[in-house]
Design a protein around this ligand. Structure first.
Ligand SMILES: NC(=O)c1ccc[n+]([C@@H]2O[C@H](COP(=O)([O-])OP(=O)(O)OC[C@H]3O[C@@H](n4cnc5c(N)ncnc54)[C@H](O)[C@@H]3O)[C@@H](O)[C@H]2O)c1
Ligand SMILES: CC(=O)N[C@@H]1[C@@H](OP(=O)(O)OP(=O)(O)OC[C@H]2O[C@@H](n3ccc(=O)[nH]c3=O)[C@H](O)[C@@H]2O)O[C@H](CO)[C@@H](O)[C@@H]1O
Length: 433
């Protein structure tokens, strides 16, 4: 049985691992973060956060100063010194859209090497259903210990929304499934330390794994529907945003918001885990796959909207200056993983446009690696066409007179179409051309 104040090791100090570490440390536990990235470890040990997330750096600083939080690359000594170990490492897909579980495998192997009787291992990474049972546990059992009998295992998906992570981690409902009921109970009492949200116990590990994928697949599919409806609206001259907002007044309708595509480390990846796992069992998942395709095709649709808008002004993409506002996958974050801005910018560059990108959050090296130039907001607004890609709050302050060449493709509904049109700006968007 785990003692009430057992120290904890957390593998992965990223967007989800570091906030979890900081919250557990704040609750009074000794937490050691284990990461393969030396720079991350050094930053955390000096009280800094490598992740841009409101409130996180202050919490990390305090926890490090109090001696409750430290970080290391030394996996064996970290595992040896604790009784609870968490895995919160990345789980991307490869070029064939198959799950890449290399980080989970490597963390599990490191944990196995130092695993002790009565330890509790908690997996938080999003994984294909069955991963805990068929991959993680066999690796942990290489220690010679038996899951359930000698050590405990629980799976609890992380469901917090970036840019509101600390609030959601402490208020969202949490789903927990264990290899046995004692494992589930131990994880429940641990999470009670950091969350006021409801804790939902499900019957096993695979159910908890499935819940996570169902949530993100629901959202991805709903956004795909919104995007497809927006393209239909376009052919009819119907403003998709106005129509969706009106439809959502129905008490049982909640169509999501169309946009330039779906990015981030979750929605654009997790549905593929279901596709993969179903296919292994002889089942095709046409709806999930079609939704992924609709969303992945959206950057190309935006290129077509830009092309049409420029043609209306007697210009072409080739040779035009195109000001892109936003490179992050969504508003007010620095994360550019799977961002729709990347394929959009790359396609514009391949069509010989001069692409000028403004994003105050995303690292300049990332944007330059796509072949684009980085510019200030004012310069971007002087382009032949301005394309708003990311809904950063600061772009809400853009006024019609700031769009020098009077041509705006606004792919997110954060600016009022009528206000811009009244001032003579040609205003296009997804489902709004
Ligand atoms: N970012 C999100 O919005 C979010 C939300 C919920 C769930 N998730 C899931 O949480 C998991 C982590 O995602 P993230 O966004 O925090 O990732 P991230 O890339 O921000 O951070 C992961 C960290 O793990 C480290 N790492 C990689 N391999 C390691 C290893 N073998 N041992 C120790 N550290 C290792 C990396 O250096 C990095 O610091 C993923 O499965 C993801 O799907 C992410
Ligand atoms: C079920 C759910 O809520 N899951 C959340 C999600 O977090 P996220 O940050 O990835 O989610 P979103 O904000 O949905 O953004 C994703 C992309 O979709 C675009 N988008 C969004 C809404 C819309 O109506 N139209 C759009 O086009 C947006 O711009 C962006 O590119 O996964 C995390 C990890 O599993 C979860 O922890 C977190 O709870």
């Amino acid at each position: 049985m785990i003692k009430e104040n057992s120290p904890i090791a957390i593998f992965g100090l990223g967007h989800m691992g570091l906030p979890t570490a900081a919250l557990l440390a704040k609750s009074g536990l000794k937490v050691v973060g284990v990461d393969i990235n030396k720079e991350t470890v050094e930053m955390v040990n000096s009280g800094q956060s490598p992740i841009m997330e409101p409130g996180l750096e202050a919490m990390v600083k305090k926890a490090v100063e109090n001696g409750c939080l430290s970080a290391t690359t030394d996996t064996l000594s970290a595992v040896g010194a604790v009784n609870v170990i968490m895995i919160i490492v990345p789980t991307p897909v490869d070029d064939d859209k198959k799950s890449d579980l290399s980080a989970v495998i490597s963390a599990s192997k490191s944990i196995s090497a130092g695993l002790k009787k009565d330890d509790l291992v908690i997996i938080e990474s999003t994984v294909p259903p069955g991963t805990c049972e068929n991959l993680v546990i066999p690796l942990l059992e290489k220690s010679g210990l038996k899951a359930g009998a000698d050590f405990k295992v629980a799976y609890t998906p992380e469901r917090a929304l970036p840019n509101n992570t600390l609030y959601e981690m402490t208020h969202n409902a949490r789903v927990i499934g264990g290899v046995d009921s004692e494992s589930t109970q131990m994880a429940v009492s641990l999470y009670h330390r950091i969350t006021e949200g409801e804790i939902i116990m499900v019957q096993d590990l695979v159910t908890a794994e499935m819940v996570k994928l169902m949530e993100n697949t629901y959202r991805d599919t709903n956004i795909a529907l919104a995007n497809e409806l927006a393209l239909v609206c376009d052919t009819l001259g119907v403003d998709a945003i106005e129509a969706i907002q009106a439809a959502n007044h129905h008490p049982r309708v909640n169509i999501h918001t169309p946009g330039p595509g779906v990015g981030g480390h979750c929605l654009s990846i997790d549905p593929y885990f279901l596709v993969e796992i179903a296919r292994e069992r002889g089942l095709e998942t046409p709806l999930i796959q079609a939704s992924r395709k609709v969303n992945e095709d959206m950057p190309g649709e935006v290129v077509r909207i830009i092309q049409k808008a420029l043609e209306g002004e007697g210009k072409t993409i080739s040779g035009s200056k195109i000001g892109v506002l936003g490179a992050a996958y969504k508003g007010n974050v620095a994360d550019a993983r799977e961002t729709p801005a990347k394929p959009l910018i790359e396609e514009l560059i391949s069509k010989n446009a001069d692409v000028l990108v403004n994003d105050p959050y995303v690292s300049p090296e990332i944007i330059r690696s796509w072949g684009a130039q980085i510019v200030g907001l004012e310069t971007a607004l002087e382009s032949d066409v301005v394309v708003l890609v990311t809904d950063h709050d600061l772009y809400r302050n853009i006024k019609p007179e700031m769009i020098k060449n009077r041509l705006l493709v606004c792919t997110r509904p954060i600016l009022d179409r009528e206000t811009f049109q009244k001032e003579g700006v040609i205003f296009k968007g997804v489902g709004r051309s």
